[in-house]
Design a protein around this ligand. Structure first.
Ligand code: CP
Ligand code: NVA
Length: 330
């Protein structure tokens, strides 16, 4: 049984299969009458808010022929304390697949273990794998292979989205730079889990610079508080909210400490001339990105949002069609 639970647990080959299938799925949208999930029902189980993930999964599953049931975690017994493993066993007897957005990564993994149906992580506190597969697809659509390229993440480098980027850099062999104040850099344990070796710290006038490599893939990581150095010659500037879902109580402190870690015109000038600017959305103008830069790069940012649909259809096809050649499910 296949699941899509994290970038950490994926192989490079599986990522490349899904990325290649996404191009086919996108091209063939609306041109196929095949409904590979006809007669199947998938559940979308969400314990956090969502616009893009919810809509793109609902539309994608319907286009593949499935019936879709949206379950807000607060509206079912899960919200009153019924264990994940019991919820999983009930849903597993009734539906054919599940998309789960929640807090703890361990809960999605437990759901997958007990439900015995294909399960997709639609965001946890630790990872957002569907987002990062989509972002890499969106990058490669314009700039070709991401291997050897420079991706600079600006802002809260210790949340789910940059963590998935760390695992992706290690597997696909690109350079990931995270520009964040020290408390918002990912922990060294995450770099080690991702397979970065030779992790070492160098002193610099703006604080320590941490670097590591994955010799087998060519992946590189750089953690720094020096925003300008991190953005210099980047192929992609990327940001996410400063206050992730579940961190609302820390909002004032985060806004203070992360102040200035913003993608704006001055920063974009340091990147390569063709560099893309991406945001997983929702965006908070004046915080992680300014209005002018957001609008100047809205074409890419909303391609990114649209590509969630195509990438996730490719993910579902990959999950349910073991043995079927990538890209044949439309
Ligand atoms: N980027 C993303 O996952 O958006 P939603 O929270 O709206 O689903
Ligand atoms: N880091 C953000 C991503 C939103 C898509 C959050 O977890 O809220």
């Amino acid at each position: 049984m296949r699941h899509l639970l994290s970038i950490e647990s994926m192989s490079r080959a599986d990522m490349e299969t899904i990325l290649a299938a996404t191009a086919v799925v996108k091209r063939q949208r609306g041109r196929s009458t095949s409904a590979p999930l006809a007669g199947k029902t998938w559940a979308l189980l969400f314990a956090k808010s969502s616009t893009r993930t919810r809509v793109s999964f609902e539309v994608g599953l319907r286009e593949l022929g499935a019936n879709v049931m949206f379950l807000s975690a607060g509206d079912i017994q899960l919200g009153r304390g019924e264990p994940i493993k019991d919820t999983a066993r009930v849903l597993g007897r009734m539906v054919h697949g599940a998309v789960f957005r929640t807090f703890a990564q361990a809960d999605v993994e437990e759901f997958a273990r007990y439900s015995n149906i294909p399960t997709i992580n639609a965001l946890t506190d630790e990872e957002h794998p569907c987002q990062i597969l989509t972002d890499i697809y969106t990058f490669q659509e314009k700039q070709g292979s991401i291997r050897g390229k420079i991706v600079t993440f600006v802002g809260d480098g210790a949340c789910n989205v940059p963590a998935s980027w760390v695992f992706a850099a290690a597997k696909l062999g690109f350079e990931l730079r995270i520009a964040a104040p020290k408390p918002f850099q990912p922990p060294l344990s995450l770099l080690e889990r991702a397979g970065f070796t030779h992790v070492h710290a160098q002193p610099s006038p703006t604080g320590e610079i941490i670097q590591g490599t994955v010799p087998s893939s060519g992946g590189r990581i750089l953690l720094t508080a020096d925003l300008k150095a991190a953005a210099t010659r980047a192929d992609l500037l990327y940001t996410d909210v400063w206050v992730s879902m579940g961190k609302e109580a820390e909002a004032a402190e985060r806004i203070k400490v992360l102040g200035g870690y913003q993608i704006n015109a001055e920063l974009v000038k340091l990147a390569k001339p063709h560099a893309q600017v991406m945001h997983c959305l929702p965006a908070y103008r004046g915080k992680e990105i300014d209005e002018e830069t957001f609008e100047a790069h809205a074409g890419t940012i909303f391609d990114q949002a649209e590509n969630r649909l195509h990438t996730q259809k490719a993910i579902i096809a990959w999950l349910v069609a073991e043995g079927v050649t990538a890209g044949t499910v439309k």
